[in-house]
Structure formats: C-alpha cells, structure tokens
Design a protein around this ligand. Structure first.
Ligand SMILES: C[S@@+](CC[C@H](N)C(=O)[O-])C[C@H]1O[C@@H](n2cnc3c(N)ncnc32)[C@H](O)[C@@H]1O
Length: 326
C-alpha cells in the first residue's frame, strides 16, 4: 500500500505555495465540468461579487457550508470580524438559494473560550432571513482522551431553511438497528412499544448522528494533507434529505471536495469554491479520480504524490521541515 504522508496543508502556507504551480486554477478562475455541470471556483466566498461570478444566474436548492471554525485549524480572527465575514457569505447564500431552500452549516464551539463562535453565529442568523430548523450533533470518534474533562467528540451542524424546502424523510433512516424498547402508546386499544409500531428495522436519523465514522487514514476516502474533510456519509445524508436528483447544491468552502463528490455520487450538480488554488485542485482531482477508478480519496497517499516525487525542492522541504522522506 502506498504511503505518502504530507503535513496538514492548512497549517503550512509554504508547502501550499510550492504546490500552487501544479494547480489549474488561479484566483478568480472557475473550472466548469461540461459533462455534469459541476463548477469549482477559486473564489473568496466573503465577496458577494465573486459568488455571483460562480453562480451565474443559477439558483440552488441546498447549501452545505463548512467554514473555518475560528479556532485550532486555520486563522483565528477577532470574533466580530469572523461574524462579519459569516454575515457576508450567509447573505450571498440567501440570495443564491431558490425561494425554497435548505442551508446546513458545519461549525465548532471552542470550549476553552465560551464556545465561540457558535453562540455569536446563532445570534447573527436571527436577522439573516433564514428560519432555524434543527441543531444536529455528529459524534466524532477522534476525541482527545483527558482525565480532566469530558472527551470532546462532538461536531455541530446547524440546519436552517428559506421558504418551505423539500425534506426527503425516506433518506433519513440510518443503518443503526433498533435496540431500545419504550415510548409506549395505545393504538386500537392495545398498548404498543415503538418497536412494534415502526415499519423499519433501523432507527431514523434524529439530530444526534452516532453512525458516521470520522474520516481517518484507514478509510479510502481519506486525503493526506486535508485535515478538515467531512465524511462522505454525512454529505450523502444531507444531500439526499435536502435535494432531488438533478438539483443544484452549493458549498462555499470546498477543501477536499466532499460535498462535490457526494453530489456527483448522488446525481446532483454542485457549485463549490475555495479561496486556495491548492484545495480547488484537490477537489477537482478527487472528482476525476473517482470517475477514473471509483475511489473516493487517496487513503494514506495524497493528490500531489506524482509531482512531489519528481520535485527535489519539495522533497528537501518535506525532509527538513517535517522529517518526511519521499
Ligand atoms: C473546514 S474546511 C472545509 C472542509 C470541507 N467541508 C471538506 O469536507 O473537505 C474550510 C475551507 O474553507 C476555505 N476557505 C477559507 N476562507 C475562505 C474564503 N474566504 N472563501 C472560500 N474558501 C475559504 C479553506 O481554504 C478551507 O479549505
């Protein structure tokens, strides 16, 4: 099995600069896939003009956004500045969503700092035009063990709506078998438990998702260098519930292209963008690799393996700065 480690690209601007010449998009460019209609833009999603450029005059039915969380990974901003940025891309989202559309936002909450930016984001959303619909928690497996606090294993996912969008309830069953009896109700003079009443063997997805494996290096969909990638299973769940085949889905923070690939697999069209040409290139290569091989990621290799092995500068950089040998 190919082993090609690469450090977290979000934390290594120098390495990203070294990889940029291998990327087909530069800032402002938009890649359009003629066969499917997907688009990937090298675009700053905080700038409404750039989003308009990406969208043309198209409206989407579903937005799935995963912005930087303002802690740990990526740059940390003053909270007011962070929220101002959020306000900008939320407004663009509202404008480019159809009359009836859904918005999902992945977000974090810094427990060492009053759970920022989650409460500030929720407050900002009160004047956004969107209605709040659900507050989903996905259980992450990769927690940091500690004797001094509860292990942090949650990932927040906020669900908002504009108008009255579709919600495909049949897509909402998990593969978790029913194990708990209870919730008794009288039906036709007979007291029945939830197990007897329900038609499905499995439980419906509520707003606590415990059946989704966090992406890590033993999974095929893993991409070395991408630290923030969301599991395809979570993207599939959102896309199936919030859109139909052929619908347009948007994601303003592409990174590994998880929403893009899920849209491809589920026969939706996706317009996505990232401010960084390296992540745009990764998203496009991931889609192309899936079409060529059926594989959903690079597992413990990375999208730039071929280029890195031929480039002495990058090899020396990885050796000197990360003790990684190619
Ligand atoms: C948390 S990651 C998204 C992860 C993604 N959902 C996935 O599964 O791979 C955030 C991404 O947003 C990008 N980003 C940060 N600021 C941006 C901006 N102003 N416009 C567009 N993308 C931005 C970063 O480069 C990063 O790739």
């Amino acid at each position: 099995m190919l082993k090609a480690p690469i450090p977290r690209l979000d934390l290594d601007a120098e390495l990203r600069n070294m990889l940029t010449p291998f990327c087909r998009l530069k800032p402002g460019d938009i890649w359009e896939d003629k066969s499917s209609g997907h688009k990937v833009g090298c675009v700053n999603s905080y700038a409404s003009g750039e989003i308009d450029h990406l969208m043309g005059n198209k409206k989407a039915v579903l937005a799935v956004h995963d912005p930087p969380y303002n802690f740990v990974a990526f740059d940390e901003l003053e909270i007011d500045e962070f929220i101002l940025n959020c306000k900008a891309w939320i407004k663009s989202t509202y404008d480019v969503l159809a009359e009836n559309g859904s918005l999902y936002v992945w977000l974090g909450a810094d427990q060492k700092n009053h759970f920022q930016p989650l409460p500030q984001f929720m407050m900002m959303m009160m004047n956004s035009g969107f209605s709040s619909k659900s507050f989903i928690t996905m259980r992450n497996q990769r927690g940091y063990g500690t004797q001094k606090n509860w292990m942090a294993i949650r990932q927040e996912l906020l669900y908002y709506t504009k108008g009255k969008p579709i919600f495909n309830i049949e897509a909402e069953y998990t593969d978790i078998p029913k194990v708990l009896k209870g919730y008794y109700k009288t039906v036709g003079n007979q007291v029945t438990s939830n197990m007897e009443r329900s038609k499905s063997e499995n439980i419906r997805a509520g707003n606590v998702w415990i059946d989704i494996q966090q992406t890590f290096y033993r999974m095929e969909e893993n991409i070395n260098g991408c630290f923030a990638q969301k599991p395809l299973k979570s993207c599939d769940r959102i896309i199936k519930a919030g859109s139909n085949k052929g619908d347009l889905v948007i994601d303003f923070f592409a990174h590994s292209g998880a929403t893009l690939l899920s849209a491809e697999i589920n026969e939706r069209i996706c317009y996505t963008c990232d401010i960084d040409p390296v992540f745009c290139e990764i998203a496009i290569r991931r889609l192309e690799r899936y079409r060529e091989t059926g594989q959903t990621g690079w597992q413990n290799s990375n999208p730039f393996y071929e280029e890195i092995t031929k480039d002495d500068n990058i090899k020396a950089y990885l050796m000197n700065n990360h003790q990684i040998e190619y």
